[in-house]
Design a binder for this molecule. Structure first.
Ligand SMILES: N[C@@H](CCC(=O)N[C@@H](CS)C(=O)NCC(=O)O)C(=O)O
Length: 217
C-alpha cells in the first residue's frame, strides 16, 4: 500500500516531505488537507491539526521533520542525513532554522500577505508588513545563511541533505510571492537557492504550484 501524505502544496512543510519523497523515489499519494477546522478524523493523525501528516499502512505520523526522519530509516538510500554525528546535528539545526526563523517571517509576513490573503481570504495585502519583512527582518537571516555556505551548494559537508531541503523549501514560498535573494548582497545564498530549486524534485513542485500560488509580478 502506498504512503499517503496529507496536506497542500503551498505549505513549506508539506513541500519538504514531498521533495524528500521525490529525492528517494518513494511512491506515494497525496490527499489535500487544508489546516483550518480539520476533521476529528484528521486530528487523530495530527493532534495539533497541522499539515503535513502521513499514513504508511496502519502507521501514521505527523510533523515534517518526524516524517522525514522516519522515511530515512524505512528508505535509507540515497541518504539524506549525514552519517557523521556532528554533521548530522548540524543538518538538523539548518532544518530547524528553516522551520522556525525563516518560516516565521516568510509564512505570515510575505507569503500570506502577498498570496494567501488576497487570493483565498479576499483580504488586501498589507504592503507595509511585507516591506518591513523584506527590508528589516529577512536580511539578518540571510546574512547568517550566507556566512554558513562555502563554495558548494550544501549547508553541511559536500552532499545534498535534509539541511538543504529544509532551507530551500521556504525560499519557494518567497519566490512565489515575487521576492528573490539579491545576488550582489548574498551571492552564495542566491547561488544555493537557484541551484537547489533547479533540482528535478524542487523544480517539478515549483512548476506545479506556480499557477495557483505564484506571483504575477
Ligand atoms: N513543525 C510542523 C509545522 C507544520 C505547520 O506549521 N504547518 C502549517 C501549514 S504551513 C499548519 O498546519 N498550520 C495550521 C495551524 O497551525 O493550525 C512541521 O514541521 O510539520
Amino acid at each position: 500500500m502506498a504512503i499517503v501524505l496529507y496536506g497542500i502544496g503551498a505549505s513549506p512543510f508539506v513541500r519538504k516531505v514531498r521533495v524528500f519523497l521525490a529525492e528517494k523515489g518513494i511512491p506515494h499519494e497525496r490527499e489535500d488537507v487544508i489546516p483550518v477546522n480539520v476533521s476529528p478524523e484528521y486530528r487523530k493523525i495530527s493532534p495539533l491539526g497541522k499539515i503535513p501528516a502521513m499514513r504508511d499502512g496502519d502507521r501514521t505520523l505527523c510533523d515534517s521533520s518526524i516524517i522525514c526522519s522516519y522515511l530515512e530509516r524505512t528508505h535509507p538510500e540515497p541518504a539524506l542525513y549525514p552519517s557523521d554525528p556532528y554533521e548530522h546535528g548540524r543538518a538538523l539545526w539548518f532544518e530547524e532554522y528553516g522551520d522556525t526563523a525563516l518560516a516565521n517571517v516568510i509564512g505570515p509576513k510575505v507569503f500570506f500577505q502577498r498570496i494567501v490573503a488576497p487570493r483565498f481570504f479576499n483580504q488586501q495585502t498589507d504592503e507595509a508588513v511585507v516591506q518591513k519583512a523584506i527590508d528589516e527582518e529577512l536580511p539578518p537571516l540571510f546574512d547568517y545563511l550566507e556566512s554558513q555556505l562555502g563554495d558548494g551548494n550544501a549547508f553541511v559537508g559536500k552532499r545534498f541533505s535534509i539541511a538543504d531541503i529544509g532551507i530551500a523549501t521556504h525560499f519557494v514560498n518567497l519566490r512565489h510571492a515575487g521576492v528573490g535573494v539579491d545576488p550582489k548582497r548574498w551571492p552564495k545564498l542566491a547561488r544555493f537557492v537557484a541551484a537547489v530549486h533547479e533540482r528535478p524534485s524542487f523544480k517539478a513542485l515549483i512548476e506545479e504550484e506556480r499557477p495557483m500560488f505564484g506571483s504575477n509580478a
